[in-house]
Design a protein around this ligand. Sequence first.
Ligand SMILES: Cc1cc2nc3c(=O)[nH]c(=O)nc-3n(C[C@H](O)[C@H](O)[C@H](O)COP(=O)(O)OP(=O)(O)OC[C@H]3O[C@@H](n4cnc5c(N)ncnc54)[C@H](O)[C@@H]3O)c2cc1C
Length: 392
Amino acid sequence: MDSDIIIVGGGPAGLAFARQFKGSSLKITVIEKASEETLSNPAYDGREIALTHLSAEIMQKLGMWQRIPENEIYRLRDAKVYNGTSDYTLHFKEPTRARGGETDRLGHLISNHNIRRAAYEEAAALDNVVLRCGIGVKNVKTDNEAARVELENGEILTAKLLVCADSRFSQTRRQLGIAADMHDFGRTVLVFRTKHTISNQHTASECFFYGRTLALLPLEEHLTNCVITIANTKAHELLSLTPDELAKEAEQMLGGKLGSMEAAGTVHSYPLVGVHAKKFYGTRCALIGDAAVGMHPVTAHGYNLGLESTDILAKLILKAEQRGKDIGATSLLEEYNFKHQLHTRPLYHGTNAMVRFFTTDSAPVKLLRGAALRLSNNLPPLKNLISRQLTG
Ligand SMILES: Cc1cc2nc3c(=O)[nH]c(=O)nc-3n(C[C@H](O)[C@H](O)[C@H](O)COP(=O)(O)OP(=O)(O)OC[C@H]3O[C@@H](n4cnc5c(N)ncnc54)[C@H](O)[C@@H]3O)c2cc1C
């Protein structure tokens, strides 16, 4: 065997997974089609990732957290949900205690390129991790004996276990014959930073306006990341605007809640497609990160679940290795599948149902939405349940 584990995809999930094996005797190979230069110095991509306290703990354990400049870990104090043009909000306030300690925040915000850089630096520093960059995977096959990976140059690599971390559109998942629920929302997400004259109070807002939604992610008090989701048929209208015109559009949508707004960077767009694999394993292979679950960004779960997947699977592998057992055994992979599906399946379907509810603009549903916000605000057990799901 060339390696113990081959990971396809050196994104934030694949690299964090590789880092989990620091200090072990396992030999890991990561195959990433982007160049090493792109991985070591990733460009800003407009995504500000909301991270739960659990994700912060995992990133600290992996040394990734310590590699993010302190002034670029932003505080997410609390969060509000708006329905249409009403000022009534469902308000999640900062908890004073979370995961056993004092805290001044619901969660944290970190730019995706900073997370990617930190994951690369940690993985690249390990002697037992080999990064093969600038080459894609052409085909994968597994059987009871081994996993075989064919690279684009025809080279064949073998391992005891193949781990697919090649995005929500995972080609390896398809090649392994693992079925997935895919939902195209028919919408596009536009992300961009704005500067504004009124403080955001470190509060995230999700504004379900009719026809489009606007999420506000507070970075500094006068610096906010705007996330607009809009039907694909209308997206070109917004994408043809200059960044400053788009900031003015956001200002208008908000009715001036953040005062005068101007662009503070480039505009990026993403298609909105959700994915949940029917199972997260096959013979000598497992799915992690977005290749397992690609979430709608509204509840900000994507990378949080990706980190959890790396943590659950790595713990099982390390335990098997210590006991001299097969790290690609079906029973191990079944246990990973059971644990990760238990958490992700209800979240995935719950999030999609919530998105449908908040983006259906018939009169009765609009009324029901207002009632749902009031009910959630006034029923502490329900509100706590939602809050726990959001903050991990
Ligand atoms: C607008 C937006 C906002 C978001 N906000 C949040 C948030 O607030 N909180 C949160 O937790 N998550 C959020 N997410 C989700 C988060 O960005 C993803 O969950 C995360 O990036 C997934 O990481 P990954 O490594 O699984 O996949 P990716 O980042 O997609 O990386 C996959 C890697 O695999 C490589 N690859 C693909 N195919 C091959 C191949 N054949 N051979 C070799 N390499 C290959 C690619 O080059 C890439 O580097 C957001 C996403 C979007 C789009």
